[in-house]
Design a protein around this ligand. Structure first.
Ligand code: ADE
Length: 246
């Protein structure tokens, strides 16, 4: 899969592509990438890429002309353009799964107050928000999308690591522990040291339900409506709620 990232600040995104799991995926030829510096397409001697908005209001907007030229320069068979913006629909794991099946994705990093609407109308296939907060840098939001997508590309990480992930059945992950068995007086739960695999699985399942109920009750509702939800889950949840209220 190829990521093409249009940005005014390639140095912000390049670190991500040069480290850790992404660097390995690039080395192994599973991922390729290209950065397009939007400023290279500015047409005045000051390399201006932003201006004030028509109709007034605070803040600057990215100019359409350099952006259009930068987008036109992208050499892709089919340009699927993703524009992260706080005004987009919420980006989810389902989007990541869908995008991971594409051969090429183009990400447009916004700056200032955003981009001229005509660029969105003309070029953008999806406008996505990575959460209900405002970032100053579209690069950070683009990297959130890249990270969620590339790790699902076949071969990047082992399929067994993906199997038990949060959001597949809408339940969050169970708590995990590594050595030592006692850390600053806090013990690893007994069951995890027992070697009894069935009990460990039961404990982990219970903790997923408890944690999801505590941190993300909205996901419990989603999970309940899914095929993955069982009668046993209802019982675990009921027990947990009774214990808490007791
Ligand atoms: N750019 C600034 N804030 C953002 C957000 N929440 N999601 C996506 N892009 C953004």
């Amino acid at each position: 899969m190829k990521f093409t990232i249009l940005t005014l600040f390639p140095e912000i995104v390049s670190a991500f592509f040069n480290a850790s799991i992404m660097a390995k995926a690039v080395d192994r030829g599973l991922i390729t990438y290209e950065f397009v510096n939007i400023r290279d397409f500015a047409f005045d001697k000051h390399k201006t890429c932003d201006d004030v908005t028509y109709g007034g209001g605070a803040g600057m907007l990215m100019l359409p002309e350099p952006l259009a030229c930068a987008l036109d320069s992208v050499d892709a068979k089919y340009k699927h353009v993703v524009f992260p913006s706080p005004s987009g629909r919420t980006f989810t794991q389902d989007d990541a799964i869908r995008l991971a099946k594409k051969d090429e994705i183009v990400l447009l990093c916004g700056r200032y107050e955003g981009v001229d609407q005509r660029i969105i109308d003309e070029y953008v296939d999806e406008e996505v928000s990575v959460g209900d907060y405002v970032l100053s840098s579209g690069e950070v939001a683009s990297l959130v999308v890249v990270d969620a997508v590339y790790r699902l590309v076949e071969g990047v990480i082992s399929s067994s690591s993906l199997e038990n992930e949060s959001f597949v059945d809408y339940l969050l992950e169970y708590p995990q522990y590594t050595k030592p068995a006692v850390f600053r007086g806090r013990c690893v739960p007994e069951v995890l040291l027992s070697g009894h695999h069935a009990n460990i699985e039961k404990w982990r399942h219970r903790k997923r339900i408890e944690k999801t109920y505590t941190n993300r009750p909205d996901l419990i509702e989603k999970s309940r409506k899914s095929d993955a939800w069982t009668r046993e889950n209802d019982m675990i949840l009921e027990e947990f709620i009774n214990e808490r209220d007791y």
